[in-house]
Write a protein of this length. Structure first.
Length: 182
């Protein structure tokens, strides 16, 4: 059953799958980011720090249950996931300052693949772009990569992933799944 894109006449939500940063990690990254002394861009609020697994876009509200059902039945990695965010980068084409992973763990790449495969029959695909795990620090950044006084060495530990809704620049958890079971 393919989920048709939302039309202007039906209610929809802007959704994505992600790994959330813990409050302690959000605080550490926010403090580290302050040391960058950014001269341009809009800092992402620390409460929004996450690593996107897959962006779905505008999804008709009536289809959210089918998406959740598909994820309920997909395989899980079988344990927690540890992602090192150890590389500061500026994605010039979109003006995003990001913390990226030099070496993404295989279980993260497998999780992304499994999520993509679970929602593919519903008409969602991320096949047009290569997955690059990252946490966005700021948007609309111009110039080069700012110099960091201390190299980034952050570890995101996840025991679950979630489906999130973007509402006026804030992210709200819609549903969460543990990384074990399934």
């Amino acid at each position: 059953m393919a989920v048709p894109p939302a039309t202007f006449s039906e209610p929809s939500k802007r959704l994505f799958f992600a790994l959330a940063a813990t409050p302690a990690l959000r605080k550490s990254i926010s403090q580290w980011r302050a040391g960058l002394r950014l001269r341009s861009g809009k800092p992402v609020p620390a409460e929004n720090f996450h690593v996107t697994l897959m962006f779905l876009g505008a999804v008709p509200i009536r289809d959210i249950a089918a998406i959740c059902h598909a994820i309920d039945h997909m395989p899980r990695p079988g344990g927690s996931l540890l992602l090192g965010l150890d590389h500061l980068d500026l994605w010039q084409n979109v003006g995003a300052l990001v913390l990226a992973a030099e070496q993404p763990p295989k279980n993260l790449l497998r999780l992304v693949y499994d999520v993509q495969q679970a929602v593919l029959p519903l008409g969602f695909s991320d096949a047009h772009r290569e997955y690059r795990p990252h946490l966005t620090l700021a948007r609309d950044v111009r110039g080069g990569v700012p110099e960091a006084m201390v190299a980034p060495e952050f570890m995101l530990r996840a025991t679950a992933f979630g489906l999130y809704e973007s509402v006026k620049g804030r992210y709200r958890l819609v549903r969460e799944w543990p990384l074990v079971g399934g």
